[in-house]
Ligand binder design. Structure first.
Ligand SMILES: [Zn+2]
Length: 330
């Protein structure tokens, strides 16, 4: 579920890429910086959203009825809600990361055991950060934030680490897998903002030139072994321990207290809406099972099959950012 690096499906040559995404390089002394404007988030969104049938008025009415009947709605979101903001998911057919390349997310145990693996991870993360952190909420995030403000939303659980719900103003929110915008010390547990770490990277690597190679056609970053070897990774300012994004990598488990908290919110709810998740990962799927056991009605909004289609009283295969703003949350 983790997005270790932002990726953008880019055109096959640099000139077209520049035109499409306003990608530019500027040189500050010998430091090269990639600069992707926010236009990128909006302009690239369609590339990561799987095709889907047009909205059916009957389905919209059914969905409206589901939302109107609920007085304590729990919403769980996954990567599918952020594809319209230009962040690819993993599992969508043809447009997800797994369909695009053979690279797989970093494993928690690899990150812990190997300093060189951490160095490679942070070098790539450093290059990708300006783009990743510039992604903006889309109408689906804004709609859920409005639902909360109007008292419709009991709780929001997200499997995403992109901070887009927070950027949209959601507060009754649990980030199940953490957030890329925070950094955690593996020794003392200190939490610090990821933005501050970017400045420390820049100070420690004033002439590091990897960015000049820019983004690959799939938006990932090419880094040679030599470039990685010379990249300086800062450690915790308090204790000198190694730093890790405050996210749950693959192979790690979600904090049991957090899981327990969400189970309680699910049991308090009178309806569960899943938005943009195939529910393949157990950490989110288990809450659907809890809802089923509690006989709480379940609706799923996701393009493509999910693990729980047979448990849902309503399944919608539409773009989140098109459907959610149509719903009256009163
Ligand atoms: Zn520390």
């Amino acid at each position: 579920m983790i997005v270790p690096l932002p990726t953008v499906k880019c055109s096959l040559n640099w000139e077209r890429m520049r035109m499409n995404y306003r990608l530019s390089f500027r040189s500050t002394k010998s430091l090269w910086v990639t600069n992707l404007s926010q236009q990128c988030s909006r302009g690239s969104s369609g590339l990561f959203v799987p095709p889907c049938p047009p909205l059916s008025p009957e389905k919209v009415r059914e969905f409206q009825r589901f939302i109107t009947l609920s007085k304590k709605l729990l919403v769980m979101t996954g990567a599918g809600i952020s594809t319209e903001s230009g962040i690819p998911d993993y599992r969508s057919e043809k447009v997800g990361l797994y369909a695009r390349n053979a690279r797989r997310p970093i494993q928690h145990s690899d990150f812990l055991r190997s300093a060189p693996i951490r160095q490679r991870y942070w070098a790539r993360n450093f290059v990708g950060w300006p783009q990743f952190s510039s992604h903006q909420p889309n109408p689906a995030h804004w709609a859920l934030s409005t639902w909360e403000r109007l008292g419709k939303l009991h709780w929001l659980v997200t499997q995403n680490v992109d901070s887009l719900h927070t950027k949209a103003g959601s507060q009754r929110l649990t980030e199940l897998h953490g957030c890329m915008h925070r950094v955690l010390c593996l020794s003392c547990g200190a939490q610090t903002p990821r933005g501050a770490l970017q400045q420390r990277f820049q100070v420690l690597n004033p002439t590091w030139g990897a960015e000049a190679q820019g983004l690959a056609p799939d938006g990932d970053v090419f880094l040679s072994d030599e470039q990685v070897r010379t990249f300086q990774v800062p450690s915790c300012l308090r204790c000198g321990g190694p730093l890790k994004p405050d996210v749950v990598f693959f192979g790690d488990t979600v904090d049991p207290a957090k899981v327990d908290f969400v189970h309680k919110r699910v049991k308090e709810a009178d309806a569960l809406l899943v938005v943009g998740s195939s529910l393949q990962v157990y950490s989110g799927y288990r809450f659907v099972l809890t809802a089923r056991d509690q006989k709480i009605p379940i609706a799923i909004l996701n393009i493509g099959r999910t693990r729980s289609d047979d448990l849902a009283c309503l399944k919608l295969s539409s773009r989140c950012g098109e459907l959610l703003p149509l719903i009256d949350p009163h």
